[in-house]
Design a protein around this ligand. Structure first.
Ligand code: ATP
Ligand code: MG
Length: 396
């Protein structure tokens, strides 16, 4: 363990809870990541204090998830999540447990967690509490359920996607019994709210090894349930890692038969993600006929061009590698980046031509914009005037 764990504020929260007579430890992903030598994000604290007791220990708290035992403590302006030790009943709506029960033992709290590597706890002094062999599994790079896998996936099938997600992020193998239970219960995923699956998919796509997860996904029969996610995508490892989840979604789109609208609707993508997919689709159509030209560089973001280019290169075994840096350089060298930089206005066109305004004005603005981008005319009012008057006269 090389990095130091958590902020001073998070340690202070633990210590204040202890001073008030309660147990408090760090839990969840941050402890796992710390044990792996990675800088932990999202520090979670578990405590024997009830939410009301937590609120009485600290001056500044916010009830973010009080129904599930979580209180946000604001310590030195830093928000820290503190959750009361709890167990859960079943998830009959497949979103949230029907009922949470506060418990006083850490063991019971850790027992409800999905995988052994996520069921580690750590004291403020840095002592690991490992009741389910999580450290051994970290060492062996294994994803294994806490307790009986079939029961655990039966309680909440989302854990199947979570296992895939961790395999993509950590490049860990899934332990045999856990994998068999995933296979046996994968049909239960049809009841899981798509929003929950989307959260895990986003994390999966941002993992360094998404191909590992997709291989497991196919092994447990997910192509039947999620054909647009698992049917193609053979060479995902070549495209990954993705800078952002939306690049992963774009790779999915461009390597499947699905349309942008289908992917966006099936997985409830945000409007921004939907726009990104549409642009990737359009850019890919252009790239299938020819190389990107200056107009493409002007119209699309480097993010869009980059992912489309990478996929095209792999699918067509292109020898010529166009990097993200090449695209940036070409884009930065365009005569203009935006229409507002053009050195004329619609009024100039009216003045120069002596015509009255109409639909033609916007058409000609677009034509001149294209001519400037393609370097047929310089972005200079005098040059544009000459070019425009010549072109408009030869149009008649
Ligand atoms: P990340 O680093 O991506 O935040 P994480 O392990 O912290 O990963 P979270 O989704 O933030 O994942 O959940 C926090 C912890 O809560 C997990 O480590 C796990 O112990 C527990 N947990 C979360 N979701 C489930 C679930 N569906 N079933 C059982 N335990 C869960
Ligand atoms: Mg977390």
């Amino acid at each position: 363990m090389t990095t130091s764990f958590g902020s001073a504020a998070s340690h202070q929260v633990v210590q204040q809870l202890q001073s008030a007579g309660y147990e408090a430890v760090f839990v969840g992903g941050a402890v796992r990541d710390f044990a792996l030598g990675k800088a932990p994000v999202d520090i979670d604290i578990a405590t024997s204090a009830t939410p009301e007791q937590v609120k009485s220990v600290f001056h500044h708290t916010v009830d973010i998830g009080i129904a599930h035992g979580t209180v946000l403590v604001l310590m030195q302006n830093e928000p820290i999540e503190v959750t009361t030790y709890r167990t859960e009943s079943t998830y009959s709506d497949h979103r949230r447990p029907d009922q949470v029960y506060y418990v006083t033992s850490l063991k019971e709290d850790l027992q409800r967690r999905d995988f052994t590597i996520n069921a580690l706890a750590m004291t403020s002094e840095g002592e690991m509490i490992d009741l389910f062999g999580g450290l051994q599994d970290l060492e062996n790079q294994l994803i294994r359920c806490v307790g009986c896998p079939a029961e655990r996936f039966g309680e909440d099938a989302l854990r199947i996607f979570r296992a895939l997600r961790f395999s993509a992020v950590l490049n860990f193998r899934i332990e045999q019994e856990t994998l068999q239970a995933m296979k046996g219960l994968s049909h239960e995923l049809q009841h899981i709210a798509i929003e929950r699956i989307k959260v895990e998919m986003d994390k999966l796509l941002q993992g360094k090894y998404p191909a590992v997860a997709f291989q497991y996904g196919r092994e447990i029969g997910l192509p039947t349930l999620f054909p647009d996610l698992f049917s193609s995508f053979e060479r995902l490892d070549v495209y990954a890692p993705f800078l952002h989840a939306r690049h992963g979604w774009a790779a999915l789109l461009l390597t499947s038969d699905a349309t942008p609208a289908e992917i966006a609707n099936n997985y409830k993508l945000s409007n921004e993600e939907k726009r990104f997919l549409k642009q990737c689709h359009e850019a890919a159509c252009r790239r299938s006929h020819r190389k990107f030209n200056d107009l493409d560089l002007y119209h699309f973001s480097v993010d869009v061009l980059d992912i489309v280019e990478r996929i095209h290169q792999v699918q067509h075994s292109n020898k010529e590698i166009v990097t993200r840096e090449d695209l940036w350089e070409r884009k930065n060298n365009l005569p203009i980046q935006h229409r507002s930089e053009l050195s004329f206005t619609g009024n100039d066109l009216l003045k120069w031509s002596g015509r009255r305004g109409g639909k033609w004005t916007s058409e000609w603005i677009s034509k001149i914009e294209e001519a400037v981008i393609c370097r047929q005319v310089e972005n200079d009012a005098k040059a544009i005037k000459e070019w425009f008057l010549y072109e408009i006269s030869s149009e008649k």
